[in-house]
Design a protein around this ligand. Structure first.
Ligand code: MG
Length: 166
C-alpha cells in the first residue's frame, strides 16, 4: 500500500473592480470610511475575490466566475466573506490546508497602508490561519492607467496549500 504523500500547491488570483460614488469601501472583508465603493454584482470585494480565485486555482477547482456566476441573481449583492468561507470549507473537505497568502492591493485612492493590519486580521479569521501566514501589501500605480487615475482598485494574490495528493 502506498503511503500518503503531502504535496505543496500554489495558486494565483487577480481581480479589479471600478470605484463608484458613495461609501464605505468594502475591501479585504472590512469596511473603510471613504466616499467611493467598489461596484460589482456581489459586494465587489476585490481582495477576497483574488484570494478565493488563488485558493481555487491551487486546489485545481473552477474559478469564482464559474462557481458564482454574475448572471445568477442569487449572488447579487452577495457578501464575499460568505463565498470565501465556502471556498475554505470546500478545501478543508478535500484534505487541503492553507499555508500562506501573499497579496498586493493596487489602489491610488484611498491610502490603504494604515488599513493593512485590519485586512490581515480579517483574512486570518476568514481563512482560519494565523495572521503571520498572511502578507498584505498596498501600492499605488504611480498615477498611470485606470487604477492610477483612481477609477478602480485591483488585487493580486498568491497562496500556498498543503494537500494529500496532486
Ligand atoms: Mg470580482
Amino acid at each position: 500500500m502506498m503511503s500518503e504523500r503531502l504535496v505543496h500547491r500554489v495558486g494565483i488570483g487577480t481581480d479589479l473592480h471600478r470605484l463608484e460614488r458613495g461609501g464605505p469601501l468594502r475591501i479585504g472583508g472590512i469596511d473603510i470610511p471613504f466616499d467611493h465603493h467598489l461596484a460589482g454584482h456581489s459586494d465587489a470585494d476585490v481582495v477576497l475575490h483574488a484570494v478565493a480565485d488563488a485558493l481555487l486555482g491551487a486546489a485545481g477547482l473552477p474559478d469564482i466566475g464559474e462557481r458564482y456566476p454574475d448572471t445568477d441573481p442569487a449572488w447579487r449583492g452577495a457578501d464575499s466573506r460568505t463565498l470565501l468561507g465556502e471556498v475554505v470549507a470546500d478545501l478543508h473537505r478535500r484534505g487541503m490546508s492553507i499555508v500562506n497568502v501573499d497579496l498586493v492591493i493596487q489602489a491610488q485612492r484611498p491610502k490603504l497602508s494604515s488599513h493593512k493590519p485590519a485586512i490581515g486580521t480579517a483574512l486570518s479569521a476568514l481563512l482560519e490561519v494565523s495572521a503571520d501566514c498572511i502578507a498584505v501589501k498596498a501600492k499605488t500605480n504611480e498615477g498611470l492607467d485606470a487604477v492610477g487615475r483612481g477609477e478602480a482598485i485591483s488585487c493580486i494574490a498568491i497562496v500556498g496549500l498543503n494537500a494529500k495528493s496532486c
